[in-house]
Design a protein around this ligand. Structure first.
Ligand code: PEP
Ligand code: MN
Length: 263
């Protein structure tokens, strides 16, 4: 169902009047994790000020260590919704448990399925049954074929509102947190009719690489870019090394606008 051979036209996902996958790049910004209303509200204000509509934030955080911050859960989703409503934004947040999907649907506009859950087939089926747009991230060590099959699980339940997100894969290279597989973007665009995003934060794990990799993503035809922004990354409860502060966010955004020829 996700194959280009089945449908030649690009699938467009519409959110808050913004079209994802229609040729104009879109951007998703927000903190790694929801920490407080004040924190999300401050980021939402910056996003809104740039004329953007899409806000991310993790409430259920799949952390490598059980002793790391696990997220605020349902309270995090409520905070996100409160901030998003205040600034008229659409919310994207990761759900890790099929049992949480129905409840989460009240608070979020896009269900994110994280890299660690790309082959959690019951979660994929539940996201497919929900009919909410889904942002599906590539698994840590997933091949492109496995990634496409994961999207197929969602679409097989009748939900075609899927955004694929390349977020880096595990390789021997240690200079970056993961290795951004930039060629996955044109391959996914050729093989499927779905919009393709690139998450520059988790693929690189390096603040200094966010801008060049975002430009690379746009150059190879990505439908959009995701990056993390935090009011004070130094004290962030997760991903402290790669989130942008507001000044860096402004610089990143100006450079992207210039790259896209808006100014
Ligand atoms: C995230 O986007 O918050 C995240 C945890 O990313 P990934 O699943 O790609 O590691
Ligand atoms: Mn993160």
């Amino acid at each position: 169902l996700v194959s280009r051979k089945k449908k030649a036209d690009d699938t467009v996902v519409t959110l808050k009047g913004e079209s994802i996958g229609n040729g104009t790049p879109q951007f998703i910004f927000g903190p790694c994790a929801v920490e407080s209303f004040e924190q999300v509200d401050a980021v939402a204000e910056q996003v809104k000020a740039k004329g953007l509509k899409l806000l991310r934030g993790g409430a259920y955080k799949p952390r490598t260590s059980p002793y790391d911050f696990q997220g605020l859960g349902l309270e995090g989703l409520q905070i996100l919704k409160q901030a998003a409503d205040k600034h008229d934004l659409a919310v994207i947040s990761e759900i890790v448990n099929p049992a949480h999907i129905e409840e989460a649907a009240e608070y979020i506009d896009v269900i994110q399925i994280g890299a660690r859950n790309m082959q959690n087939f019951e979660l994929l089926k539940a996201a497919g049954a929900s009919k909410k747009p889904v942002l599906l991230k590539r698994g840590l060590s997933a091949t492109i074929d496995e990634f496409i099959n994961a999207a197929e699980y969602i679409m097989a339940q009748g939900n075609d509102q899927i955004i694929l997100c390349e977020r880096g894969i595990r390789t021997y290279e240690k200079a970056t947190r993961n290795t951004l597989d930039i060629s996955a973007v044109p391959i996914l665009k050729q093989e499927t009719h779905l919009p393709v995003f690139v998450d520059v934060t988790h693929s690189t794990g390096r603040r200094d690489l966010l801008l060049p990799t975002a430009k690379a993503a746009l150059a190879v035809g990505a439908d959009g870019v995701m990056a993390e922004v935090h009011p004070d990354p130094a004290v962030a409860l997760s991903d402290s090394a790669q989130q942008m502060n507001f000044e860096q966010f402004d610089h990143f955004w100006d450079a992207i606008q210039q790259y896209l020829g808006v100014h």
